[in-house]
Design a protein around this ligand. Structure first.
Ligand code: PDD
Length: 284
């Protein structure tokens, strides 16, 4: 069944959807995006995703393509039209189509595209067994806090991981882990503290990261936001990643070394449960 996608004001068959070859997303990766999870037909933590979208646009001197209320209406309409029960909603805003010029055009109309992806997020078999990751040098640009579509280094890292027979890659800069290819990276120390990279321009400010750290603190688990090395990660008692679609997913192997006993640890499993509970209750 072809999906219905949204392109610049119209809901169209995915095979009929068109964007200009002059679109600056295509020519310059001059675009930002958001991914929101959908559970039971409702959007998870969507207000925070739209707040980050507004910020990313602002950092690049772009404006919202329509009001936030209109965006939410389109998102919900797309979920309904595709009968999406569980999965992801992808939203991208580019600066629009303009004759090719490195300078930002002044008068381009933003391109707004959305599509859905049906996927089991809660009963994800990978979360039950835990991820294996490799570490790779972080080759990305220096403003990773902006959620841009400049995803080539991340795509290369993820492909390198697949070629190595593992699930994902953790990116490393100056000996310290920044984040996963499309998720935030966390470890749990022997004394049950969570260590996760502090917010800055080196990582994306994950919406799920923020929610999970808040849940952890409420559970009485101490959180330390600071850089951690690959060695520290390898000798941690647990490791996990967070993202809109992975929720909380344990990491059980890094560069071939088992983390803890090599199976999903109790804190990661508990935080996954708590997050899913919260997501089910608050999705709208
Ligand atoms: N990626 N870091 C990076 C580099 C990411 O691409 C993502 C999300 C995250 C987690 O952010 P959030 O919790 O807000 O999803 C961290 C999405 C899921 C994607 O590109 O599909």
């Amino acid at each position: 069944m072809p999906r219905t996608v949204y392109v610049n004001g119209a809901f169209v068959d995915e095979n009929e959807a068109r964007v200009s070859v002059f679109d600056r997303a295509f020519l310059f990766a001059d675009a930002v995006y958001e991914v929101s999870a959908v559970i039971a037909g409702r959007l998870v933590d969507n207000d925070a995703h739209l707040a980050r979208l507004r910020r990313s646009l602002g950092e690049l001197g772009m404006s919202m393509p329509c009001t936030e209320a209109e965006l939410i209406d389109i998102q919900r309409e797309l979920v309904t039209r595709n009968h999406l029960d569980e999965g992801a909603l992808y939203l991208q805003v580019s600066r629009g189509a303009a004759d090719r010029d490195f300078r930002f055009p002044r008068d381009a109309t933003p391109t707004l595209v959305m599509f859905t992806q049906a996927r089991a997020l809660i009963d994800d078999p990978v979360a039950a067994r835990g991820l294996s990751v490799i570490t790779v040098p972080d080759m990305r640009w220096k403003r990773r806090d902006i959620k841009t579509v400049a995803l080539l280094p991340a795509s290369m890292a993820r492909t390198q991981a697949a070629d190595a027979g593992v699930d994902d890659a953790w990116m490393v800069e100056d000996g310290k882990v920044t984040e996963g290819s499309s998720n935030n990276a966390h470890i749990v120390t022997a004394d049950r503290c969570i260590v996760t990279r502090h917010l800055g321009s080196e990582i994306l400010h994950g919406i799920t990261r923020a929610a999970v750290l808040e849940l952890s603190r409420r559970e009485g688990i101490e959180v330390h936001e600071r850089p951690f090395s690959v060695d520290e990660a390898m000798s941690a008692s647990e490791a996990f990643v967070t993202s809109a679609t992975a929720f909380v997913c344990p990491v059980v192997r890094i560069d071939g070394r088992a983390i803890g006993d090599g199976s999903p640890g109790p804190i990661s499993r508990r935080l996954r449960e708590l997050y899913i509970e919260m997501a089910r209750a608050s999705a709208n």
